[in-house]
Structure formats: C-alpha cells, structure tokens
Design a protein around this ligand. Structure first.
Ligand SMILES: Cc1ncc(COP(=O)(O)O)c(C=O)c1O
Length: 324
C-alpha cells in the first residue's frame, strides 16, 4: 500500500523532474514506502455496520430532552419512553434461592462445575410446565440462556447477513439493531428508517396489528406480544393470521413474549404455540422463543443452536417458528 508519505515523495519527485532543464535530467528511482503505524496503534477495522446504528444518538437525545423538561417543570411526573430500567425489588423467595445456591457453590459437596449447556433439567421442566402448559412444548425444546438481547444477536449470527427482515413499528429496538449490526440492512434514512427493513405499521387505526396484506414477504418476522412499547397484545385471531402469513411465505417468526405474564384476556394467547398451526412445522427449522430467561427451540433448532455456539446461560424470550 502506498502511504501518504510515499505519495507525497512521488509527487515532489515528478514536479522536480518537470522543472529541471532537459540537459540536467537524470533518472531518479523513487520508492513508495509503506508507513508502519506507530507501535501500539490498533490497526484493525471495526465492523462497518456498527456505524449505521442510531440508538447511540436517540437515547441520549431522549435523556437530554427529558432532563431539560424536568428542569424547567420540576413537578412534572414524566413517563419516560427512553431506555427503561426495573424498579421493584426481587421477591425474597428468588433472592434467597440465589443466595443459597451461591453459598452452596462455596462448599465441596455443593460445588457443581459447569452446568448443562442447555440449562438445568429441573429448570427446563419448570419453564415448560409454567409457560407451555398442557404439553404445548416440552422441556427438551427449551434452552436456558443469558438474555434475549444476546439470544437475538446469536440467532442473527446463525442466519447471517442475507435474510430479509420485518419488524413491528414501533417495537423493541433490539430486533432492528441486531439486523443492522449483522449487515442485513442498508443505511438509516430520516423518516423511513433503515433500507432493507420492512416496518409493519402498528397504530391505533389498525388496533396495533399490521395489515399483512401490505407486508411483503421476508425471511424473518420479529413479533413482540405484548409489544414494547405499545403494550398491545395480539388476539388469537390476529396471531392465526400472522402464522398463516408466515406459513404461506415459508418465513420464520421470532416471537418475543417477554411480557406475556401481563396478559389476562383469554382471547390473547400468552404463547404463539396456542395457535395450532405452529405445532405442525415439518422441516428444518427451528427456534421458538419464550419469556424472560430462556429460548424455546424445536429439536432441529436446538441442535443447530448447540452447534453454532456452545455456551448459553439464562434469561430471554425468543419464539421462533419454522413454518414450512
Ligand atoms: C420486548 C423485550 N424483549 C426482551 C427484553 C429483555 O431483554 P433481556 O432478556 O436481554 O434482558 C426486553 C427488555 O427490555 C424487552 O422489552
């Protein structure tokens, strides 16, 4: 590679040659010198897709405006729609169980080494029984992981950069951001979002459920119910439409049910597996998701996930249906 210094030397040499009288011309050999970076300088390019991300601008901006408003209206009770945080203490039963488990690891009898990669058997049994009652899914389809953001990124790694993607609009930003980081999208455009992402409008006018007749086919459909940030939970009829749509197109639904425990209306399923067609997936796929703390995988998906990455621990919700 010709360095800047090399190019300058080359140009300077050519100039001198042009100015010198013909009689005094002599041949000059000029070498382009590759400039070594100063020792200690990192000389590795970052994934260029990261530069497309917008969240780094959006959330600080929300925080800035919120603070400005609060400063000028000290009594305002603001509901922030920026980055959320949990506010309630852990139930004592959970905190105590974790403390006991940690203490037990400090004893020779209680120390257990690495756990099972897929998560501990009793935990998976409990998750299956609680979130997928009446045999909707079985324990061997559940993968206990360390969070849905990580799970989504891992799944995106599994899919690679080629798939097309649809998301609810508005929705949890992680689906889009992980697609951006994987290189599935083009640049961000003010007003229309990322090139290559199909934004399925969810507005009061359509009861926060997309008009699927206007949604083009995509490989992946991220769907969150109850949705963050609208809180809208899809009805059985709406989820049936979504599943039919995905089956027709041979798409995969990545279903995020993180807030499913808030659902009390029996017309709104807590899991997409209440839709009968999701039980009949036949070929190759895949990866259903489930609430906070684990990933639900059908056997083929479980095997694939295990092959793709060997370390998973706890906490997430990715429902994923291979619907061919
Ligand atoms: C829609 C949705 N899914 C999942 C999560 C949980 O993410 P994680 O399991 O990575 O903490 C959140 C948390 O904000 C969320 O809003």
């Amino acid at each position: 590679m010709t360095s800047l210094l090399g190019k300058q030397a080359l140009n300077a040499g050519s100039l001198q040659q042009r100015r010198a009288p013909i009689s005094s011309r002599r041949s000059v050999s000029i070498k382009a010198v590759a400039e070594a970076p100063p020792a200690g300088t990192v000389n590795v390019e970052r994934n260029a897709n990261f530069a497309k991300l917008r969240a780094g601008y959006l959330f600080p901006e929300i925080a800035r405006r919120r603070k400005a408003h609060q400063d000028s209206n000290p009594n305002a009770q603001i509901i922030s729609l920026g980055i959320g945080d949990t506010t309630e203490p852990l139930p004592p039963s959970i905190a105590n169980a974790m403390a006991e488990a940690a203490k037990s690891l400090a004893t020779r009898e209680g120390y257990s080494g690495y756990g099972a990669e897929q998560g501990q058997g009793p935990l998976r049994e409990g998750l299956a029984a609680h979130f997928y009652p009446n045999g909707l899914r079985s324990a061997d389809e559940i993968f206990v992981s360390d969070g849905s953001k990580c799970d989504i990124a891992r799944m995106q790694m599994m899919f690679g950069s080629n798939p097309t993607v649809a998301v609810q609009d508005p929705s949890y930003p992680v689906y889009v951001d992980s697609s951006v980081m994987m290189g599935m999208t083009g640049e961000f455009k003010e007003g229309s979002g990322y090139d290559g992402v199909n934004y399925m409008l969810c507005r009061p006018e359509n009861e926060f459920f997309p008009d699927l007749s206007k949604v083009p086919r995509t490989d992946l459909i991220f769907f969150c119910s109850p949705n963050n940030p609208t809180g809208a939970a899809a009805t059985r009829a709406q989820l049936t439409q979504l599943v039919d749509f995905a089956r027709k197109n041979g798409s995969i639904i990545v279903y995020d049910a993180a807030y499913s425990l808030y659902i009390s209306n029996p017309e709104c399923p807590r899991t997409i597996y209440e839709i009968p067609a999701t039980h009949t997936s036949t070929r190759d796929a895949h990866t259903p998701q489930h609430p906070h703390g684990s990933l639900l995988l059908q056997p083929a998906g479980l095997k694939e996930m295990e092959q793709t990455m060997s370390l998973y621990e706890e906490s997430a919700t990715i429902l994923h249906t291979a619907l061919r």
